[in-house]
Ligand binder design. Structure first.
Ligand code: ADP
Ligand code: MG
Length: 396
């Protein structure tokens, strides 16, 4: 399918007004588009900088009608926006990614089934619809991680389960009195590292991708991403890119998609599954791709805009190896008092690109911004990043 590109001056819309929508708005606006955001929060980071901010709930018919009337194309910044809202909008204008793909990403069970269909290795798992299903859990899934199939993010909605005896308690805790909550138990795999591929797929099926990202999480939240050409052997990188491309193609996906992978340590799991196991997908730009604003000649946000507007996709080129550090609300607090980090000291370091999302309330674990450190080689970027982390108070 092809479509005439939307001309600058057209309005592009996004459901959700957080930092992803804000950075996407920046990219859309620099290409000359107007932006519209649907988010109930009057202070949403993207609402603050968009031409139009529709302040309504995601399923509010009036809010959706206002977006349909104002916009020529729509996207979403998070997968938990009701697929029904996207489906309703899709009757009136192009929506990318489409509701069917977002629905798969919303549900860990559907997501895993999709990976299996694509022939990509996944962690051994079992979907647990109710407490009766716990008795049939095979021993080989323990120790495991019990996750709700829906609405989990940043390590929320999951519990590590060391033994069978811990399963009923963990299941009850995740259900929290709601019997319709379905869980999935995954075998806990021995991880050597984690990585991700951010790709963009156009309406015509053309696929481009960012360079592979190496990701470190802290307390379930992405903490550090490193990007450089030698991060993994070329064959492994290609393997991840091919798997991600296959996952997108089989979803008939249009837009930016992130695919997260586990790299396994040597051992029986690696012998059985291979070195690379797919973890999950995010149907949108991803925190691990934020570096692309400063390290690549096309960012993940511009790619999303190009997909939506029906513009050509150019393969992004990494022009600078980089390290990205997330800035969580904790950094604003020291000894119980709130104070801003020393931005001037940070910006005195070479190759530092600071991004703050315009959030006023610095809460524990809240993503307030990120900093990308670019350099001519990864060793220099790491060296500067260590200095930046020390002066911001980011734990090593
Ligand atoms: P979220 O949606 O919160 O990002 P993930 O499924 O990606 O949830 O899990 C968060 C983190 O927990 C992963 O990045 C990884 O570090 C760890 N993890 C999740 N599943 C497994 C697993 N099966 N084996 C080992 N570690 C896991
Ligand atoms: Mg994850």
């Amino acid at each position: 399918m092809t479509r005439r590109p939307l001309q600058p001056g057209a309005t592009l819309g996004v459901l959700g007004g957080g930092q992803l929508a804000r950075m996407w708005s920046h990219a859309a606006q620099s290409l000359g588009y107007r932006t519209a955001v649907l988010d109930p929060d009057p202070h949403s980071p993207a609402g603050l900088i968009s031409h139009l901010h529709v302040q309504s709930a995601y399923l509010d018919p009036q809010g959706l009608a206002r977006m349909a009337q104002a916009c020529q194309a729509i996207t979403t910044e998070f997968e938990n926006v009701p697929a029904a809202a996207l489906a309703q909008l899709q009757q009136q204008l192009p929506v990318s990614p489409g509701p069917a793909a977002v629905e798969v990403a919303q549900d860990r069970a559907a997501e895993k089934a999709h990976f299996v269909r694509c022939g990509v290795p996944v962690a051994p798992h079992r979907v647990l619809a109710d407490a009766n299903a716990l008795a049939d859990v095979p021993d080989e899934l323990l120790p495991g991680i019990l996750k709700t199939t829906r609405l989990g993010y940043d390590g929320k909605g999951q519990i590590r389960v060391h033994s069978r005896a811990e399963l009923p308690g963990a299941f009850a805790q995740l259900q929290n009195g709601n019997p319709s909550v379905v869980c999935i138990l995954e075998k806990r795999l021995p991880l050597a590292a984690e990585c991700s591929v951010v790709l963009a797929r156009g309406l015509d099926g053309q696929c481009v991708h960012l360079p592979l990202q190496m990701n470190q999480h802290r307390d379930g939240i992405l903490a550090v991403t490193e990007v450089h050409e030698q991060s993994l052997p070329v064959g492994t990188q290609q393997h991840a890119i091919d798997a991600a491309t296959q996952i997108a193609r089989e979803l008939d996906y249009v837009g930016v998609l992130c695919v997260e992978f586990f790299l396994l340590q040597d051992g029986p799991e690696k012998t059985a599954l291979g070195p690379l196991v797919v973890n999950e997908i995010a149907p949108r730009p991803h925190n691990s791709g934020h570096h692309s604003i400063d390290s690549c000649d096309v960012s993940q946000f511009e790619l999303q805009v190009r997909c939506m507007a029906g513009l050509p996709l150019c393969p992004p080129r990494l022009h600078s190896p980089c390290v990205m550090l997330n800035l969580l609300g904790d950094l604003w607090w020291r000894d119980g008092t709130e104070r801003s980090p020393d931005w001037a000291a940070l910006l005195a370091l070479p190759g530092v690109h600071l991004h703050l999302y315009g959030k006023t309330e610095a809460r524990h674990g809240r993503k307030m911004g990120h900093v990308t450190i670019t350099a001519q080689d990864i060793e220099t970027a790491r060296h500067v990043s260590a200095k930046a982390a020390a002066l911001l108070g980011i734990p090593a």
